[in-house]
Design a protein around this ligand. Structure first.
Ligand code: ZN
Length: 411
């Protein structure tokens, strides 16, 4: 999907603002003597923005609107080094709320719903994003924030929450707890809006079947507003995204060239109307593809596939590139295993070894199951992992994001 005339005009507007604010990107453009773009080809030759550029701008180097117009900042946690600070104008906050409201609407959520929000509030964009959209929709927000499972379940019953917003890990933890306590009939949930980490089909099916709810996958990242820039509709798992606010490209992460619609690659995002910290051609490192077909729901917003992983999730084992999503796809073919798994990579006697832990109930033969999983995995990645089958509940559960890959080679 090439950038259109209107979007090009919006990009030129943002270029002007970036240059006059003297931001890192404005400087990049000045060095190349670029003051505007006039065609899709020229746009595709614009330099990329990277997370490191944003870090280097710490604390307020990304600020592109005048200080008196900035009403808020958010920050991405950043596991290494400096965090990224993103300034927002009142219009940015409002635009984000509109996009989020659209997400709820696409999920069939209305102003009669009661939305229990469990992502964290604070510097990061999670909780407050879900809250903004909820208030714009006119639904009732129950702003719980993360953790305290007892209280979550109590409020869920007392307030008769109809929508749960959470990470997939926490949704699973809550679902299993509700099942254990045998209180499913006291829970009024109908829908879950799940974001912030990649999750497999098995996990999705488990949460949805325990709670008897429909699940929606929400997309977003702090650098680009936050969660709420896309969501799937009830027709499929592909996510609609808002092309009146954002332009998405898919590039080959190695050659950095744009890929045709339908091909898998890295998502690159340009914000079309953002004022506080506009970003041009921002590399997300998320892997997906554009779905070229129109959605049967009749909405004309374009779609991307479920995020398959991150370019930096890629594990190099025995010289082979392996993605966690490939392992998940294999495990999904075994109905007797749970959604939880763990991969441990170590280096023993001069060789890489991959151990794969999976969970199952007590009524199957563990050794036989391990053997058939090992064979299936080999057929996909080309070498045989050591598979260990354990009882359901043995692998760690998390209130935030579950760490599934542990690389012991560099510890
Ligand atoms: Zn649709």
């Amino acid at each position: 999907m090439k950038i259109n005339e209107k979007q090009l005009a919006q990009v030129n507007d943002r270029i002007k603002a970036l240059v006059s604010a003297g931001s890192f990107y404005g400087k990049k453009l000045m060095e190349k003597n670029i003051t505007s773009v006039h065609s899709a080809e020229e746009f595709e030759n614009l330099p990329f923005s990277e997370k490191n550029d944003l870090r280097d701008a710490y604390p307020l180097g990304l600020m592109t609107a005048p200080e008196e117009e900035i009403v808020r900042i958010h920050s991405s946690s950043g596991t290494t080094g400096l965090p990224v600070i993103i300034p927002y104008t009142a219009k940015d906050v409002d635009d984000w709320g509109e996009m989020f409201k659209r997400c709820y609407e696409v999920a069939g959520i209305t102003n009669k719903d009661r939305i229990q929000i469990t992502p964290g509030y604070g510097l990061w964009t999670a909780g407050i994003g879900f809250q903004n959209g909820c208030e714009k929709l006119g639904a009732m927000a129950i702003p719980m924030g993360p953790g305290n499972t007892n209280k979550q379940i109590q409020m869920m019953q007392d307030m008769k929450s109809t929508v749960l917003c959470s990470t997939s890990s926490y949704a699973l933890l809550l679902a299993e707890e509700i099942e254990k306590r045998g209180i499913k009939d006291k829970i009024m949930l109908k829908k879950g809006v799940i974001g912030s980490e990649r999750w497999g089909k098995a996990m999705r099916e488990r949460i949805s079947s325990i709670l008897g709810i429909e699940l929606y996958d929400i997309y977003g990242l702090t650098e680009i507003y936050g969660p709420g820039i896309g969501i799937n509709c009830s027709e499929s798992e592909y996510m609609h995204y808002w092309d009146d606010y954002l332009y998405l490209e898919i590039i080959d992460p190695v050659t950095l060239k744009p890929l045709p619609d339908g091909e898998w690659g890295e998502i690159v995002i340009t914000t079309l109307v953002k004022e506080g910290a506009p970003l041009i051609r921002y590399r997300t490192h998320d892997l997906s593809r554009i779905i070229p077909e129109k959605c049967t729901c009749g909405r004309c917003w374009p779609r991307i596939d479920v995020i398959k992983g991150r370019t930096d999730d890629m594990m190099k084992i025995k010289g082979v590139n392996v993605f966690p999503a490939q392992i998940e796809e294999v495990l999904h073919q075994f109905p007797e295993v749970s959604s939880e798994y763990q991969i441990r990579i170590s280096h023993l006697d001069g060789k890489d070894t991959m151990r794969l832990y999976v969970e199952t109930t007590g009524d199957v033969e563990f050794l036989k199951l391990a053997d058939s999983i090992a064979k299936k995995v080999k057929s996909v990645i080309g070498f045989t992992p050591l598979v260990k089958v354990v009882e359901v509940g043995v692998l760690p559960r998390s209130e935030k994001k579950t760490k599934r890959v542990i690389d012991e080679r560099y510890e």
